[in-house]
Structures are given as structure tokens and as C-alpha cells.
Write a protein that binds this ligand. Sequence first.
Ligand SMILES: Nc1nc2c(ncn2[C@@H]2O[C@H](COP(=O)(O)OP(=O)(O)OP(=O)(O)O)[C@@H](O)[C@H]2O)c(=O)[nH]1
Ligand SMILES: [Mg+2]
Length: 365
Amino acid sequence: MTEKFSIVIPTYNERDNIAPLLEEISNALGDKYTYEVLFIDDNSPDKTSEVINELSSKYPARVIVRTEEKGLSTAVIHGFNNARYDTIVVMDADLQHPPVVIPRLIQAIEDGNEIAVASRYIYGGGCEGWSKFRVLTSKGATLLGHLLLPPSRRVNDIMSGYFAFKKKLLDGIVLKPIGYKILLEILTLCPKAPAKEVPFMFRLRERGESKLKANTYIEYVKHIFSLMIRTGELLRIVKFALVGASGVIVNEGIRKILTTVYGMNSDVWAAPVGIEVSIITNFLLNNFITFKDRKATGASSLGKKLIRYNIFSIVGALIQFGVYMLLTRVAGMNTEPWDTVANLIGIAVAMFWNFFSNSWWTWKE
Ligand SMILES: Nc1nc2c(ncn2[C@@H]2O[C@H](COP(=O)(O)OP(=O)(O)OP(=O)(O)O)[C@@H](O)[C@H]2O)c(=O)[nH]1
Ligand SMILES: [Mg+2]
């Protein structure tokens, strides 16, 4: 079955881009598809909406002009709520998103995916004319999202503004994007929806002005934080820290019992046994509480995860020791109370290492 779809395009002062954009969309889609182009314009002073209205007799295009509200992400959501069809394509008006990619996005949806992303970061994709610095910051921001929001890991280009999805995904979901990144919001709040990427080349803007603001990256970090709270990812880190604290008690308790009750030599036997037992209790608690949504149940998968967890814990201990040595020997934090501070910093760094390495590898989706 051929999908019918609504192409939602937010606009602010894009009048010179509308005609070439509609022309390119029409050329890319021909008469093979049933679609509408729905522009959401924030009452642009350059009268973008007039141009759209003039062209609506030639193309299947219409515009909703908002006067009460402003902003890219609420404009896009307004488009979702007013779209005529069940499949939605989101793209920019400035021709940075080449319309020839739309059929490939629709194909991915017809193949059974519920989200299809036009991606700069898979083979065949890229960014025209971007400086090394801009590529690096964009990739760094992507890595941050992947690290902190596990459901986003199924897509490489989580910050893409060019994507398609099934509108029914949003049933019962409230979108609250801070900043621009609506795709990230959908990927994270619909973690089970199958997603596919198709490559595209992000073009340079030829006409009109960019609305990208300097605080985009700060907004992005705030957005990630808000999603971490809403999806329980922040709570997961707290649980991991509490499990770690319980491990300290197990560790010391075992060491004490083995030395005082069984008379074991603390240095050679009791301490390592205490460490290993606490690694195992930590592992089990994390498997059944912290990562219960991604837990291992069968013996072999439990065993594999335990081995990984063990390795990361040992690396974590080395990191803790390394940080402690660095701070006390090199940074001069070797007198009280700074030696305690140095050790606490070492523990905190190791905890983050343990959390992220295990979240990424041991309890990968
Ligand atoms: N309705 C509405 N649309 C907006 C608003 N801000 C930006 N847009 C539109 O959103 C799309 C993306 O904005 P751009 O300024 O191109 O942002 P960008 O592509 O991230 O940045 P550049 O790479 O510099 O172009 C364009 O179609 C803009 O017209 C807004 O406040 N309201
Ligand atoms: Mg742009």
C-alpha cells in the first residue's frame, strides 16, 4: 500500500525558499504519491504565508499562520496536530533538506518502520561545507545524547531535523521539546518503535537567514536532562550509585567476617574475596533493579554480563586508584582533609565509568 503523507514544514521569513522548495518536492514525488505540504508559519514579517497561498493552486500546499505562539518546535507539533494524513514527514524550508530523499523515507515506513530518519551520519550522508569544528561539536553532542539516553542509540543522527514517522506513535504521549530536537524526543519517548536511517547530504543554505542561535547547544543539554528525568534515566544513575554504596558494606562486611571469625589473612585472602563478592552482589542488584528493563535472565547471558561487569569493575578500580594517585602525588592533595577529597573524587570518576561502560556494553539494549 502506498502511504499518504503530510509534509510538515515550519517557516519563519523563508519567502524566497518557498517556490523552489515546492518545485523540488513536486519533482521528487511526481504523481505517484498522495500528500500535502503543511507549512506552519509564525506570522513572518516577510509575508512567507502570502507566497504559500499564491502557490497553493499549483501545488498541494497550505499554510497555518500562528500569531499567538512562536518557536520552531511548537510550530512542528502544531503541524502534527493539524496534519491530514497518518504518516508525517518533517523538514526545513530552506532547501538544506533535499526533497529527493522523501521517497526513501516513505519507503522505509512502508517497509514497516515507524520512524525513518534522513541521516548525515551513516554511509553516504554528510554535511556540505561544514568546518571541522562544526562537525566535531555536532558529533560530540550526538555522543552525549547516545550516552545519556539509551533509546536514542538505535539511530546515528539523533539531531536530524529531517525525518518521517507514523502519527499513531504519539498517541498518549506529550511532547515537550526544549530547543529544536523533536526527533530526539520521539526516539526517546517511543523506545520500541522500529527506526531506520537513510543517508542524505545536508546542503548549504542559499537564501534567507539561519535562525540557529548561539544557545542551541545549551538548550540541547537542557533537553537531554529533561528527557532523562521523564524517562527515568536519571533515576537509573541514582539507583546505580545506591547499589554501589551497598557494595561497600558487603565488601567490608565480608572482609571483617573472614578475618575475625575465620581468622583469614586480610591482605591475601579476605580483602580480594570481599571485593569479588561485592562485585557479584552489585551485579545482581543492578541486573534486577537498575537495568531491569534490559536484564539478563538465562544462565549464559547472565554469565556473559557478569564477566563484562567484572572487567569494567576492575578497570573502574584502577581508574579510581589512578585518579587518587594523580591528585595526591601530582596535584599535592596529600594532606588531610584533601586526601579524603582526592579519594572521593576518584570514587565518583570510577562510578561514572562503571555506570556508562555497563550501560553501553553490559546492558546494551
Ligand atoms: N514557525 C517557525 N519556524 C521556524 C522558527 N525558527 C526557525 N524556523 C524554521 O525552521 C527551519 C530550520 O531553521 P534554520 O534557521 O534553517 O535552522 P538550522 O537549519 O538548524 O540552521 P542552519 O543550518 O544555520 O540553517 C526553517 O524552515 C525555519 O524557517 C520559528 O520560530 N517558527
Ligand atoms: Mg537551516
